[in-house]
Design a protein around this ligand. Sequence first.
Ligand code: ADP
Ligand code: MG
Length: 377
Amino acid sequence: MNGPLWSFDKEDASANVSRPGDLREKFTRLFADRFLAGDSTGVLILDADFRIVEMSDMICQLFRSGRAEWFGRPAEEWFEEAGWTSHPFDRSLLRGRVFRNRSLKWGEGERRLTLMLDGDVLQEGGIGDIVGAFVLFRDVSHLVMLEEQIRRSDRLKTIGQIAAGTAHEIRNPLTSMRGFMQLLEKSLSDRDMVKEHGFVTIMLSELDRVNELVSEFLLLSKPKEVHLASMRAGAVLQEILPVICNEAIMYGVTVQYDPKPGLPAIWVDKEQLKQVFLNIAKNAIEAMSGGGTLIIREKYGQDKPGRLAVLIRDTGPGIPPDVRERIFDPFFTTKHQGTGLGLSICQRIVHDLGGHIEVASDAGGTCFTVWLPLSAT
Ligand SMILES: Nc1ncnc2c1ncn2[C@@H]1O[C@H](COP(=O)(O)OP(=O)(O)O)[C@@H](O)[C@H]1O
Ligand SMILES: [Mg+2]
């Protein structure tokens, strides 16, 4: 037979932690200390006058607040100092208006965080008068990001399915239209019908644009066949460098690439990777319409083992923060003749290869970093 959970006899009556109450108190205190020191959840404890009684380490770090400085001061003062235009919660909490999952944005740009707040009251014995309140701050930024990624890849999948189903159907009539239009162009030019010839030329170039769009569309549907192999990123870059340089000349952009021999090989599909580098480089060149420098560099270090990066940096005007959040969205473009598909295709390819893309941008330019997995050997 099992013994009682807590034994209590004369001998251990003198011991510190023999009573269930004492034990519970000890462990609750240990738990509270640990919880307050943790960096995943922040805790703010308030007394019945809405004054700060405790501020956990996470909150102190996140909002750069000193615990001692705020002890005993009203929470509103803290809100003001932190620069919240509207207060995340107020004294109604002390009247029992508890809340769950109240979202709060904090910080700017890359460091912007999404926090979820839960507020509840403290009562003596859990039932008596409200003697204070506490608010839990959880950082859910990574979840929000994950959700965004899923939403985006779902959208891409749908577009891919539509693309696969319709792109060919669009392309076939386009091809025959283009053929007849070329015949028409020739006979109009033979008859010196300059104005009509001009119209047809415009129609032909518009047709080419539709064709280009459909081609990009097709790339969104599952790629034909992926041939993964071990290769040097430098070799792939060398192959597309002439194309990039050609494009750069048209925009008055200088291209800088210093090959780094001896870097480990990566495990990728060559054609897909070429497309990624080309798309990113093309965007970079297009961003420097007034001329500039395109710098391509490979990076390998111990800080990210098992990965190699290719950096594509421009000296363009940078990407404004509100645009920055949307550049990987399919069909998002700020260009007059853009398709908005380039970066969403890049992201899908790199993601499928097991890598990821980072973007850093300010008024001095933009840098896309493509992280790729190393091959096992
Ligand atoms: N290097 C860059 N500098 C500034 N803006 C950029 C850069 N790369 C991408 N962008 C922005 O991202 C948007 C989306 O790019 P992309 O998906 O390639 O579509 P598109 O090039 O057809 O517009 C661009 O319209 C542009 O606003
Ligand atoms: Mg583009």
